[in-house]
Design a protein around this ligand. Structure first.
Ligand code: NAP
Length: 522
């Protein structure tokens, strides 16, 4: 594996003073090579290059932009096992998961390429002027334009699909925004390989220099400098609540504040309605534990809270859950600090007076998580917000409610979530219908009879939710709607036809347009 340990600045590798190394997630051993931290000059140069490239990139034809995205996917595919092996070492995630994640990463780049060419995301509108009206109606034509260069923070828990070439990068590039990635310090080798692929794709498809850069650094200083750089127009982030809040604060205090799309913390409540619980307590327990333990619980959609009504069916569910959790082997966590945080947070949870552990996974080695499930009464849960705090890893709480009214009260007291799930039999539909309006106010995706882990990359997916699930519940970070985060509308009033963007001419286009109020193709 040929890694240089350098940053990528506008198509060129740069960086001499190596300052940090990745660690093998399982053994803690340092991995070669050492990586160069971006200097303040590197940060300025990457941002300036993005600022210079922005207009040229934004004005490329849509087929050219799509070609670049497809070429990024092809080059990432071509990395093959080298990428998977390095990502396995740096993240501790198993090969099958990372192979799947690579498929998802290239799949989403190709999906965004198709989306770019489709063109409907431009929200093209034409309202022809009418001089005979009183007052005369102006000729108005609208399209969405890119915000400008986007700073993307690679996420620790998806070294491929939410990192250098992940969803934020794909949607920002699709929107016509140049991208500067702040690599996650836990997987710099993986980041370098993917950045090399994107850089090669940019050269192959004649993209303007500065369309993409990757900067590494071992601490907060790099991220803060990026958010503060005047060329940066928006931020995409997945990580801790503290990190997301810090970036939002920095962005809001800039001379020119910018939007931060941060995905932060969610406990993803799952409701087990009585009839379904009674007919399938054991099946539900097995699905619950599988979802909880998947990827060592390091998913933003991990089912952290289960709500059900007290009774014999819940007792059966608890017994089956305890048995299933006991079979879960220890799993390596992404980083030593995430593993330490998991131990600290689960100890804190266990120390709360109302919490009782009902099941615990097998002994785990250093840096590995031991799955665990606690139970608490709804009364205690409502009285102390500490029970509802996200524990990142394979930990979950069952909340025992007296009746459906108390279950609803628990939901009403919860913060914003990425997902909420209801398990129901047909006889439960009246209760499900009663809960749905509450869930709509709390969550971005509402599942029936499923488990929240696993987020399909499609047109109708929403991976977002009210604060603190994300900083801005009006948008998604997964699926084609994610392109909208990096766009803003511009109206052209009474402009001469020959000076208008071609998509706003009266001549037919392939993209969907709204012409004088009527949706039109052609
Ligand atoms: P993190 O600490 O939030 O860091 C994510 C990225 O943001 C890193 O590149 C980090 O840079 C940067 N960053 C964090 N705080 C910053 C600040 N104040 N100023 C500038 N940059 C900042 O997340 P993590 O390292 O992935 O994991 C830590 C914890 O985050 C986990 O234990 C878990 O609780 C949570 N987490 C949640 C999710 C989720 O999906 N809900 C996903 C991942 C992590 P540096 O490290 O270089 O400073």
């Amino acid at each position: 594996m040929n890694l240089s340990g350098q940053n990528f600045i506008a198509g060129k590798r740069r960086g001499a003073d190596a300052t940090f190394k990745a660690r093998d997630a399982e053994t803690g051993a340092l991995l070669e090579p050492p990586f160069a931290a971006a200097s303040s000059q590197d940060i300025t140069d990457a941002c300036t290059a993005a600022g210079k490239a922005q207009a040229a990139y934004a004005n490329l034809s849509l087929p050219d932009r799509a070609r670049f995205l497809r070429s990024c996917a092809d080059h990432i595919d071509a990395l093959g096992d080298v990428l998977t092996q390095r990502a396995m070492a740096e993240s501790g995630l198993p090969e099958a998961r990372l192979t799947g994640e690579r498929g998802r990463t290239v799949g989403q780049l190709r999906l965004f390429a198709d989306e770019v060419e489709d063109g409907a995301w431009q929200a093209l509108r034409i309202d022809h002027g009418d001089a005979t009206r009183t007052p005369p109606a102006p000729d108005l034509r609208l399209r969405m334009v890119p915000l400008g260069p986007v700073a993307v923070f690679g996420a620790s828990n998806f070294p491929l699909a939410f990192s250098v070439g992940g969803g934020d990068t794909a949607s920002a590039l699709a929107a016509g925004c140049c991208v500067i990635v702040k690599g996650h310090p836990a997987h710099p080798g993986t980041s370098e390989l993917v950045a090399g692929a994107i850089t090669a794709a940019a050269a192959e498809t004649d993209m303007p220099e500065g369309v993409f850069s990757l900067l590494n650094g071992p601490d907060n200083a790099l991220g803060a400098a990026l958010v503060n750089d005047p060329h940066i127009a928006a931020v995409g982030f997945t990580g801790s609540r503290a990190g997301g809040l810090a970036l939002m604060d920095l962005a809001a205090k800039r001379a020119v504040p910018i939007p931060v799309y941060a995905e932060m913390s969610s406990v993803n409540p799952v409701v087990l309605l009585p009839e379904r619980l009674d007919e399938a307590a054991e099946v539900l327990a097995s699905g619950y534990v599988a979802s909880l333990a998947l990827g060592a619980g390091q998913f933003c959609t991990n089912p952290g809270i289960v709500l059900a009504i007290d009774g014999p069916a819940l007792d059966r569910f608890i017994a089956a859950t305890a048995a299933a959790v006991a079979d879960v082997a220890g799993q390596t966590m992404l980083t030593a600090s995430i593993s330490h945080a998991f131990v600290r947070e689960t100890r804190h949870l266990a120390s709360l007076p109302g919490a009782r552990m009902i099941g615990c996974g097998k002994e785990a080695a250093d840096h590995a998580a031991r799955a665990q499930v606690h139970i608490v009464s709804a009364g205690d849960f409502i009285a102390d917000g500490a029970y509802a705090r996200e524990v990142f890893g394979p930990s979950s709480i069952i909340v025992r409610c007296q009746d459906i009214a108390q279950l609803q009260q628990v939901l009403e007291g919860m913060e914003g979530q990425l997902t909420a799930t209801v398990h129901m039999a047909p006889a439960d539909y009246p209760e499900a219908a009663r809960l749905l309006p509450v869930l709509e106010t709390r969550a971005g995706r509402i599942l029936a009879n499923g488990w929240p882990t696993g987020v399909a990359v499609t047109h109708a997916m929403n991976h977002g939710g009210p604060f603190p699930a994300t900083s801005d519940g009006r948008s998604t970070s997964v699926g084609t709607l994610a392109i909208g985060r990096f766009l803003r509308p511009v109206s052209y009033q009474d402009w001469p036809a020959q000076l208008l963007p071609p998509a706003l001419h009266d001549t037919p286009t392939t993209a969907l347009r709204r012409i004088d109020g009527i949706w039109t193709v052609g």
